[in-house]
Unconditional design. Structure first.
Length: 422
DNA sequence: TCTGGGGTCCTAGGACCC
DNA sequence: TCTGGGGTCCTAGGACCC
């Protein structure tokens, strides 16, 4: 029998902040989204105060003040680095590990098949991760990934579980699934949850016993897969070597409305640069791209405009200058005067391995020269900090975002290393 | 006044081909 | 006036995840 363990970091972003700032221990913390807009992570104490995931900061201001909630801007450089350390630690315990999956920032599946003393082993993993990285994790153990997710929830909630819960026992599965709300199952979202409830399926045990044909007509093959997984039949295998990405998006909301094409162009050029960097980092090239722009949907009293445009490129590329040329034209094509824009973004799609592209018969650009130039730019920005060298099209002021309460990038920036005083 | 960003997979339906 | 059938590929949109 297969045995999966799901290792999930507790309140990951909040825990990361605590690693370098122990004064935050035991205090309610929220970490904010881009522009300091919404709460995207909360410590246990903040959750207990009733702060919901995604709550706009201005709506929770009274709770924040009343309970002295520590409010922090997001610091993804720090979280990404600590995530990598957690994953590296987990990899010490088994070669069968799924990292870099789309859920990778704070969780990883491990294949523990064939091991005995599962709970002891999991405790050892938990202790080691905490000791080596400072991040507390919870571990759920079960014969399928979906059940391991359920087990992980219990590991987090039950005080007596002490961070580890083993759900391999069939009788225990029945008991636990009966207490799990149907929308708390991995893969069942709000929509499906509501639909299931109208058919009197409100917990995971009822879903487990639902009719297969009926589920497939209602929820499609994904839903059916979930039901089988709940029954202990593994449908989702461990992807130890996940497929390459299909798309790379960079988009941001503005901290204030933007009306001029010039500003939008500068923003789009900035996002294009970032997306192209990601592409080169993954050694990929894009054969197509989409650019979109939108007004503020929360301001329905103002005129609304959303548009996007798709562009196929003659030759796959990851050259920033070339891509900015295309995205700049694209944004101009969908821009309409007289709107207050809130957000714009760039998606690079149809990604192919950079060394395997189909050249164009009438090619005029010198690909080798462009590749070398990009390499130099990437190296300079890596060594001297992001944005040290940039394309003029990205503009001189890059002040769309707001991050007023960001903690230092303790582990990824020389100037911001923590200092230990004797 | 202030409301995130970046992904995946599946399905339906259109375009196109023979 | 009559106007096939089956297959593939692609995209948009929905649902979901963290």
């Amino acid at each position: 029998m297969k045995i999966y363990a799901l290792v999930d970091c507790n309140n990951f972003y909040a825990s990361c902040e605590r690693v370098f700032n122990p004064k935050l221990e035991g205090k309610p913390i929220v970490v904010l989204s881009n522009n300091d807009g919404c709460a995207i992570a909360r410590s246990q104490e903040a959750k207990a105060l009733g702060i919901e995931m995604g709550a706009p900061l201005f709506q929770i201001q009274s709770i924040v003040q009343c309970h002295q909630v520590r409010v922090l801007s997001s610091n993804f450089a720090l979280y990404g680095d600590l995530s990598a350390r957690v994953m590296a630690t987990l990899a010490q315990f088994t070669p069968e590990i799924e990292i870099y999956s789309i859920y990778s920032i704070d969780e990883a599946f491990l294949d523990l098949s064939g091991l005995t003393q599962l709970v002891d082993y999991a405790r050892q993993i938990r202790t080691t991760v905490k000791q080596w990285t400072g991040i507390p994790v919870s571990i759920g153990i079960a014969p399928t990934k979906t059940l391991a997710k359920v087990a992980n929830r219990i590991a987090k909630r039950r005080v007596d579980a002490n961070g580890v819960f083993d759900l391999t026992d069939k009788t225990l599965q029945e008991e636990v699934l009966a207490q799990t709300a149907v929308e708390d199952i991995w893969g069942i979202g709000r929509k499906s949850g509501r639909r299931l409830r109208t058919h009197c399926i409100s917990n995971a045990l009822q879903l487990r016993h639902a009719n297969e044909q009926w589920i497939q007509t209602q929820l499609g093959v994904m839903g059916l897969r979930t039901v089988l997984e709940l029954r202990g039949i593994s449908c989702l295998s461990l992807q130890s070597c996940p497929a390459a990405k299909h798309a790379r998006t960079v988009s941001r909301s503005f901290s204030r409305p933007v009306e001029s094409l010039a500003e939008l162009k500068a923003a789009v050029a900035t996002y294009t640069s970032r997306a192209a960097e990601k592409l080169r980092c993954d050694r990929l090239s894009a054969k197509a791209l989409t650019v979109f722009l939108m007004t503020d949907r929360f301001h329905q009293d103002e005129p609304q405009h959303f548009d996007s445009t798709y562009v196929e490129l003659p030759v796959a590329t990851s050259d920033t200058a070339e891509l900015i040329g295309y995205t700049s034209q694209a944004i101009a094509a969908i821009y309409r005067e007289g709107y207050r824009y809130k957000k714009t973004g760039v998606t690079l799609t149809h990604l192919v391995a950079a060394n395997l592209f189909q050249a164009c018969l009438f090619e005029t650009t010198d690909r080798e020269r462009s590749r070398k130039l990009m390499q130099v730019i990437d190296r300079i920005n890596q060594q001297l900090g992001a944005g040290t060298i940039a394309f003029a099209a990205t503009g001189l002021r890059q002040s769309w975002g707001r991050k007023e309460m960001r903690s230092p990038r303790y582990t990824t920036c020389w100037q911001e290393l923590p200092v230990v005083k004797a």
